[in-house]
Design a binder for this molecule. Structure first.
Ligand code: FES
Length: 181
């Protein structure tokens, strides 16, 4: 009888030991799985987050784009000019083209207004008879100097820096127009 009880206790102890081993192996595998999921998340997540946040830290370059010879523009007239974006993507194609309204103020002075309305970005039109820029989308109106005259635009038309070099008018393209004066 005593032998039987001892055998039963030994068997129970062995079973308990097996159960503990299974539990500790499962815990270990769970931890390894969680670790692998964590490493995988970091490996996938870091490049994605870096890609999404990069534009916040990379300032787009500012480059001067030629618009044409000075004599091509008449004093007092505003004409639409096209030029390439400051940092065109290799696959951008025509989307890399942007535009401005260029006005020759005097022999040497030019002003280039962004064509994009400050409300939602529609291209504004210059109406020479009214001396106003009109936005066809929601009726935004700007004065000759780019200030808002009416409608929803929240800010004046941005202005690009312009210079004359070797008889050529050049505009400083930038990701975001940097001046509103
Ligand atoms: S986009 Fe120009 S007024 Fe709305």
């Amino acid at each position: 009888m005593k032998m039987e009880a001892t055998d039963r206790e030994s068997a129970e102890e062995a079973t308990n030991r097996d159960t503990e081993e299974v539990i500790s192996r499962r815990k270990f595998l769970n931890k390894v799985s969680l670790g692998l999921v964590g490493v995988g998340s970091v490996l996938v997540g870091v490049p994605i987050i870096g890609y999404l946040l990069a534009p916040l830290f990379n300032q787009s370059p500012e480059v001067w784009r030629p618009l044409g010879p000075v004599e091509q523009f008449k004093i007092g007239e505003s004409v639409q000019v096209a030029f390439e974006d400051a940092s065109p993507l290799p696959w951008a194609g025509v989307a890399a083209q942007t535009a401005a309204w260029l006005r020759r103020d005097s022999e040497t002075d030019f002003t280039a207004f962004s064509v994009n309305c400050t409300h939602l970005g529609c291209p504004v039109q210059w109406l020479p008879n009214a001396s106003l820029f009109m936005c066809p989308c929601h009726g935004g109106v700007y004065y000759k100097d780019g200030k808002v005259a009416a409608g929803p635009p929240p800010a004046p038309l941005p202005v690009y820096p312009v210079r004359v070099r070797n008889g050529q008018v050049e505009v400083r393209a930038s990701g975001i127009p940097i001046s509103t004066s």
